[in-house]
Design a protein around this ligand. Sequence first.
Ligand SMILES: C[S@@+](CC[C@H](N)C(=O)[O-])C[C@H]1O[C@@H](n2cnc3c(N)ncnc32)[C@H](O)[C@@H]1O
Length: 284
Amino acid sequence: MNRLLLGSAVDVLRREITTGSVDMVYSDPPFGNEQVWAGKAGSFDDRWEWSAASAQGWEALNRHSAAAAALLAAVARTAPARAYLGVMAGIVTELRRVLKLTGTLWLHFDDTMGAELRLLCTAIFGPGLEAGTLVWKRTLGGHANAKSFGRVHDTIACYARSPAALWRLWRLGTIGGDPCSPGWEYRFDTFAEAAPLAQGDKERVGYPTQKPVALIEELIRAATLRGNMVLDPTCGSGTALVAAQRLNRNWTGIDLSPDAIATAEKRLEIARPKQAAFDFGEVA
Ligand SMILES: C[S@@+](CC[C@H](N)C(=O)[O-])C[C@H]1O[C@@H](n2cnc3c(N)ncnc32)[C@H](O)[C@@H]1O
């Protein structure tokens, strides 16, 4: 049931993941900020050049909405930005395909390409299906420069596969299914509480841009129930998969990098499910 798959997200999704089989996708992809991220457990390249994947992604976006594709092409001012957005359009198109009608996509990004990614997702998912955005304060200090404010927060935007998914999310957040759900208290407020990982935090595994398990647990509790399938197509060190395993959800992880897959594998071997006494199964 649980699988770690090595390869590019679009290829692996096409080859391995059945249409309409996933309850929740969490993806924390490269943000398009034109740098290489390196740590002792691995690295990944966030610099972009036009590729076959970029071209295919733009074609897919154009099929969803020619108007949105034209607008996005007009606002994506650089060649790397156009290359990046093409790849992301291809991934998001596949993610929509694999979601159940009651499923949701939670896409994590920062201001680098935030506006473009929201337009892209709205074009692919269709209007009226963005449930909202969460703000997560990822660091205490950011450095303003001549081009932008200091960046201290990330955004996590939630897209529903259909109106039924919006309804399910609301039901989980209000009536609840999982009594540990943050929905019981915050009912989709737009601020994620989890603290960033401090330097030297024992949770750190040395993979660059690693996110805290507590942050993703908040999202998984808000969107799924025990036994549901959580997919992360850019899983890095496997944080979302660890969160899913701890909450008794099933998971699938995909990443391009063998170091990422090896790191995730090690973390998942020792991640134990939390006390399940309060955890319910699927509600109608
Ligand atoms: C921001 S990191 C994810 C970090 C992760 N959330 C964590 O907590 O460790 C982005 C990941 O996306 C992967 N990646 C980049 N392009 C990809 C693609 N086309 N398909 C699959 N994975 C990709 C990188 O190798 C990197 O591990």
